[in-house]
Design a protein around this ligand. Structure first.
Ligand SMILES: [Zn+2]
Length: 318
């Protein structure tokens, strides 16, 4: 009797152990099946299967929401997407345009494609122009896609002939004060930077434009002269400068120009139409045209070697 009882206990323990092992195996199998199913539904897994690299997937998951990631799975994998996301001035709203433009212009760098699309410079000049946002004050953008109304006139003050050449030069007060500081700093270095053309009303711009179109034709004129309403001179924030004894056309040969290249930003001014950015600004190189944007923005634009158009698209309009 005792022995049998002992045998029974042994038997039950064995059975218990067998059940426990079976139970553990079952749990383990269910768990791995669940993991497998989960992994198959996992977006990272799907994107990799779809043709994106592990690094690309990380970037995509970080930058897109669930719906956008799902959309990627409905299209052929496009490895250019992450090239653009990595760009410093990448704007998500422009991604499709970057991709299309890049496919048709593979000789361009993604950096240039981003700059062109963000500023709309890939489009024909003056296509669907917007009203310039005059609430932006010193950061008012006027270019070939953003124009001012005929009656727009900022609050202006007269520029003294001590600082300027020609009659009736006017600027906004802040621009004028900054220019005076710059003028004095250059003077201390033995140089003379003279303001020549400052504020220009819509009507005067129209006269200049019409005369040039009459003389040289519209296409040539558009490269250097703004249509009325699209001139930065109407903002009161722009100044054409000269050095003693020079004309606008050879200002780039002067010491004053070199000085401005190194120092203008310290006073809040930028060279608005640089030589290597004509495809973005839409203007031929103008070594004499300076635009006031304030010290902070001028420093940023100077240090990052971008145009005001690019700065505006990325930091202000987005
Ligand atoms: Zn100018």
């Amino acid at each position: 009797m005792r022995l049998r009882l002992k045998d029974n206990v042994k038997k039950n323990i064995y059975l218990g152990l067998v059940f426990l092992i079976l139970f553990l195996i079952a749990i383990f199998s269910i768990k791995s099946i669940v993991t497998m199913v989960k992994q198959k539904n996992n977006i990272e897994y799907k994107l990799e299967k779809h043709g994106y690299s592990e690094d690309d997937v990380k970037i995509l998951v970080k930058n897109f929401n669930e719906k956008e990631l799902d959309n990627l799975l409905n299209k052929k994998a496009n490895k250019n997407i992450t090239k653009f996301i990595k760009e410093k001035y990448y704007l998500k709203k422009n991604l499709d345009k970057y991709l299309t433009y890049y496919e048709n212009n593979m000789d361009l760098t993604p950096t240039l494609v981003v700059a062109l699309i963000n500023t709309r410079s890939n489009e024909d000049w003056y296509t669907n122009p917007k009203d310039a946002d005059t609430s932006k004050n010193n950061l008012l953008l006027v270019n070939k896609f953003n124009g001012l109304k005929e009656d727009y006139e900022p609050v202006l003050i007269d520029v003294s002939n001590w600082y300027s050449y020609g009659e009736n030069n006017k600027l906004t007060e802040e621009t004028y004060n900054a220019f005076k500081d710059m003028f004095n700093a250059a003077k201390a270095d033995g140089l003379k930077i003279i303001a020549t053309s400052c504020y220009r009303a819509y009507a005067s711009q129209k006269r200049i434009y019409d005369t040039d179109v009459y003389q040289y034709g519209e296409e040539v004129t558009n490269e250097s002269v703004a249509k009325p309403g699209f001139s930065e001179h109407q903002t009161g924030l722009a100044i054409d400068v000269l050095a003693p004894g020079t004309a606008l056309s050879n200002f780039h040969e002067t010491e004053e120009y070199q000085w401005l290249l190194n120092n203008a930003h310290l006073y809040g001014f930028i060279l608005r139409y640089p030589e290597d950015k004509t495809n973005i600004t839409g203007y031929a190189y103008e070594s004499w045209h300076y635009r006031y944007v304030g010290k902070e923005v001028a420093k940023f634009i100077h240090e990052n070697n971008i145009t005001f158009d690019e700065y505006y698209a990325y930091y202000i309009a987005k």
